[in-house]
Design a protein around this ligand. Structure first.
Ligand code: SAH
Length: 243
């Protein structure tokens, strides 16, 4: 083969690969997802007023598409929640960022999450604080989240199957508590398990109208503030009844 021939083979190969990104699907997808993630952080998170650089960096770093089932993966960075199985959802990216920022976490903090779901919110928290204890009522979700978080190297997240209405007493008190399913009232045990100067963010209400409430413990007393109307899946007991 002459030099000109081999050049045209290379040119052909180059054009073929450009036109057939599926040949390089891994790299193509990764950079596509990264672009989507960058746009998500810019348009949905930063532009809407999230200022905490640690939260912005975590949202930029954690690959949300890894936490989304294959059928919905392309929508991972869109501005809405997505199904994750068992009738449950992974929250909208903005809500994840908003709730995380509201906790004002320090690197030495220990956080309790109620409602592990996909494990995405736990991964965001794990990027920012020392340790995350997360409780999920569906065993299948707790297992898949545990496996994924382990695969991604989050050794500072502990997940257990159980009813988060009673918190996780063995590891209390917590500097932050984040609840991602909605009870009708703020569970007593969660209030008890909040550390002095700790913050809790929790959606409270019925199936249709809920308010995100921020609580702060000072001198053993809780100060409450309604911060945002929201719609989360209900907090349920082991029989499936709503709290
Ligand atoms: N934080 C999750 C969002 C999950 S949606 C994520 O990032 O993907 C809320 C989750 O709360 C669901 O997985 C649901 O099964 C769980 N849940 C509902 N009631 C619960 C309870 N009493 N204790 C623990 N988890 C509960």
């Amino acid at each position: 083969m002459s030099l000109t021939d081999s050049r045209s083979v290379l040119v052909f190969l180059f054009i073929f690969l450009q036109l057939n990104p599926s040949c390089m699907s891994q790299t193509y997808n990764l950079s596509w997802y990264e672009e989507q993630r960058t746009a998500m952080v810019r348009d949905q998170i930063r532009l809407r007023g999230i200022r905490d650089e640690k939260v912005l960096a975590a949202m930029q770093k954690v690959e949300r598409h890894r936490f989304v089932p294959p059928a919905y993966r392309k929508e991972s960075y869109e501005d809405h929640p997505l199904p994750i199985g068992e009738g449950q959802t992974i929250s909208q990216p903005y809500i994840v960022a908003f709730m995380t920022e509201a906790l004002e976490l320090k690197p030495s903090d220990k956080v309790l999450e109620i409602g592990t779901g996909s494990g995405y919110q736990a991964a965001i928290l794990a990027e920012i604080c020392d340790s995350v204890f997360s409780v999920e009522i569906f065993r299948s979700l707790a297992i898949s989240a545990t496996n994924l978080l382990q695969e991604l190297g989050y050794s500072n997240v502990m997940v257990k199957t159980g009813d988060g209405y009673i918190g996780w007493a063995e590891h209390a008190p917590f500097n932050g508590i984040i609840v991602t399913c909605a009870p009708g009232q703020i569970p007593e045990k969660l209030q008890e398990q909040l550390a002095e100067r700790g913050r809790m963010i929790i959606p409270v209400g019925d199936n249709y109208t809920q308010e995100l409430i921020l609580l702060e413990k000072e001198n053993g007393k809780l100060r409450k503030k309604n911060v945002l109307p929201v719609r989360f899946v209900p907090m349920i007991n082991e029989k499936g009844d709503k709290y």
